[in-house]
Design a protein around this ligand. Structure first.
Ligand code: HEC
Length: 109
């Protein structure tokens, strides 16, 4: 019995340690609108979902808050090139790349 409780607490601990992405709110849209004129709650959510699917193929989800907007501006194109090279096709096209950047840079500050 002790072993089971021990195992369960380890599992809970490990799952809480993984990156949980924040869902965008209207406040994020308002903040992001200073940089991206075409930003909406829908576009932020779309960026989040592309980020979650395309950017977890080689490593775990990176926390948007851990990099500055300036860093994301160089990292996202660099990672997009990596993702497309690995897939052998344009899995992240220019529009998706822009949506990912919009999401991570808006949520980073
Ligand atoms: C083809 C595999 C692959 C895919 C897909 C991928 N990455 Fe990466 N990523 C890597 C590797 C390898 C590294 C470590 C070496 C490096 O920084 O180039 C890395 C490192 C990173 C880092 C740390 C970089 C730093 O300078 O601290 C971030 C942040 C990151 N990736 C974000 C992303 C995002 C955002 C996407 C989706 C657009 C993505 N990754 C998709 C392979 C990938």
């Amino acid at each position: 019995m002790k072993k089971i409780i021990y195992t369960i607490s380890i599992l809970v601990f490990v799952s809480c340690g993984s990156t949980k992405l924040l869902s965008p709110t209207q406040a994020d849209v308002d903040r992001g609108a200073k940089k991206y004129t075409d930003i909406t709650l829908a576009s932020l959510n779309e960026g989040k979902s592309i980020f979650e699917t395309e950017c977890t193929k080689c490593h775990s989800l990176k926390d948007p808050k851990k990099k500055s907007e300036a860093q994301w501006k160089t990292i996202v194109p660099r990672m997009t090139a990596k993702a497309n090279k690995k897939a052998g096709s344009e899995v992240i096209d220019a529009r998706k790349q822009e949506l990912i950047l919009q999401y991570v840079s808006t949520m980073s500050n």
